[in-house]
Design a protein around this ligand. Structure first.
Ligand code: NAD
Length: 519
């Protein structure tokens, strides 16, 4: 079968499976291996951010639907955790191939619901796919430790064992990548998984669930519910859920961390950011300006690792006019249009919020060098577009600096030297990512050691680690002890059991009870 034909057929099949056939497609729930209609009377509209057109609806799952989903996870757990690790690995090996085969179709769905450009949406799937590929190394990642001969005839060894039912709560900005940080890592370790995608972009997760079923995941190993606060509270409170992976805003993440932890669950919570790009005057100017512009405005700034704050050090302050010229050249358009560099924001309220933060900057004394608030996109007049915006002369006390803007807005601060720049970065509460642009190794080394930020790029603007490492945001950008994916992801989704065994030769019989602590 031709590749295109295969994609079209798969898409039609998935669409039929995931949505009801009403006028506005209604997203289904995925319970015990079945894509089922919700019986709820509460539905949320899903909009195409480029047109504001309603393209679907997502249910707020009822209490009994959420219970059915988690019970399905509970029932599937004994057999799944007992399935040989090689068989679990085989399912994820097939899964990664299916994701590759359907990458373009998944990207198309992401662009439709989330708005980002098709090329960026492919990157979204691709970075998630890499986590699935990494999950296939589970046979190495789950190895325990051994130490022989602790005393005569005695050995100690550890097993890494799954926890039980785990749950994931995802944000809107990476509809494929972030769910793929969650359930594949949890499941390959032998857990069953309850997933709650963002109610604004549920389509990619539903598509991914169908592909996982096609790859051979048994019924009940993955269940999907939809909803908002009630679904989140359900996950935080339900007794058999052992661990929660959350990615999203601080408001939700702090709440989920507190509530989930109070109920005795493991919680890993990746949250908001304010990522600084420190530009040294010795940096390669051409590369640095291009990297800054790409990392500030790509995905319309809706990335937790967007480089949303530039700190120009010394003579680098003079580069501002060229930075503005480059930003002006970016093309704002619907994400599915050829040549689009950035698409719309997710919603009308997101646009309103971004515009009011720009306005606050102006009111508080910043200089608006480039204003994207009135951008017009021909044919998409109802879209939530904001063009690249640059606020200069920003100071740390301004609202536009203190808040995560999550839009295509670059705020620019100035520093006289590296120490001053480091001070600015370390006084900001967030610690997700940062980058330094320099050609001086000693400067780079000093920065990487002194910047109190979890992920540092040296001439790399968005240093999101590949999945053999872990995503290591820190300070206000993360709550928990164990990070997403990499070895840390396996540690999060497993618990250790330590076995100490003694096998004596027959003639080495224990002749009297040992009543003191063995030494
Ligand atoms: P969000 O917090 O609004 O939503 C995330 C999830 O939490 C959704 O599933 C939503 O239903 C739920 N939720 C929303 N508000 C809630 C509340 N008050 N109580 C309980 N649950 C709630 O986040 P978003 O707008 O979808 O995503 C953008 C945010 O995510 C940004 O702050 C961004 O920096 C952050 N993010 C962080 C990372 C990271 O790895 N650090 C990655 C991507 C996005």
């Amino acid at each position: 079968m031709m590749r295109l034909e295969r994609i079209v057929r798969a898409s039609a099949r998935i669409h039929r499976a995931n949505y009801s056939s009403s006028a506005v497609p209604k997203t289904k729930l995925f319970i015990n291996g079945q894509f089922v209609d919700s019986e709820t009377s509460d539905w949320i509209d899903i909009h195409n951010p480029a047109t504001s057109e309603v393209i679907g609806q997502v249910p707020l799952a009822t209490q009994s639907e959420m219970e059915a989903a988690v019970k399905s996870c509970e029932q599937a757990f004994p057999a799944w955790s007992d399935t040989s690790i090689l068989n679990r690995q085989q399912i994820f090996l097939r899964y990664q191939q299916l994701i590759k085969d359907n990458l373009k179709e998944l990207a198309r769905l992401i662009t439709l619901e989330q708005g980002k450009t098709l090329a960026d949406a492919e990157g979204d799937v691709f970075r998630g796919l890499q986590v699935v590929e990494h999950a296939c190394s589970v046979t190495s990642l789950m190895l325990g430790e051994t130490l022989p001969s602790l005393t005569k005839d005695m050995d100690t060894y550890t097993f890494r064992l799954p926890l039980g039912v785990c749950a994931g709560i995802a944000p809107f900005n990476f509809p494929a990548m972030i769910p793929l940080w969650m359930f594949p890592m949890g499941m390959v370790c032998g857990n069953t998984y309850l997933m709650k995608p963002s109610e604004r972009v549920p389509g990619a997760t539903m598509f991914l669930a169908r592909l996982l079923q096609d790859a051979g995941a048994p019924d009940g190993t993955l269940n999907i519910i939809h909803g908002q606060h009630a679904a989140v509270n359900f996950i935080c409170d339900y007794p058999s859920i052992r661990a929660i992976s959350f990615v999203g805003s601080n408001q939700a993440g702090e709440y989920i961390y507190e509530r989930g932890s109070r109920n005795g669950k493991r919680v890993q919570s990746n949250m908001g950011a304010k990522n600084h790009g420190v530009v040294m005057p010795d940096a390669n100017k051409e590369n640095t300006l291009n990297q800054l512009v790409g990392a500030a405005f790509g995905a319309a700034g809706q990335r937790c690792m967007a480089l949303s704050t530039a700190v120009l050090v010394g003579e680098a302050k003079k580069w501002l006019p060229e930075l503005v010229e480059r930003a002006k050249k970016l093309r704002v358009n619907s994400g599915d249009q050829p040549g689009a560099d950035l698409g719309p924001l997710i919603s009308k309220s997101a646009k309103q919020r971004v515009c009011s933060l720009i306005e606050s900057g102006v009111k508080e004394g910043a200089t608006l060098l480039l204003d994207g608030r009135n951008v017009k996109v021909k044919g998409y007049e109802n879209g939530n577009f904001v063009g690249p915006t640059i606020l200069a002369n920003v100071t740390p006390d301004m609202t536009c600096y203190k808040e995560e803007i999550f839009g295509p807005v670059l705020v620019v601060l100035e520093a006289d030297n590296l120490d001053e720049a480091i001070n600015i970065v370390n006084n900001n509460p967030y610690g997700n990512g940062t980058a330094i642009f320099t050609t001086n190794g000693a400067t780079a080394r000093k920065y990487t050691h002194l910047a109190d930020v979890g992920q540092v790029g040296v001439n790399v603007p968005i240093p999101v680690p590949l999945p053999m490492f872990s995503f290591t945001g820190s300070r206000a950008s993360f709550r928990g002890d164990t990070n997403f994916y990499g070895k840390q992801g396996v540690y999060f989704y497993t618990q250790l059991k330590t076995v100490t065994s003694q096998w004596k030769e027959e003639d080495a019989t224990v002749t009297s009870p040992a009543v003191v602590m063995p030494t």
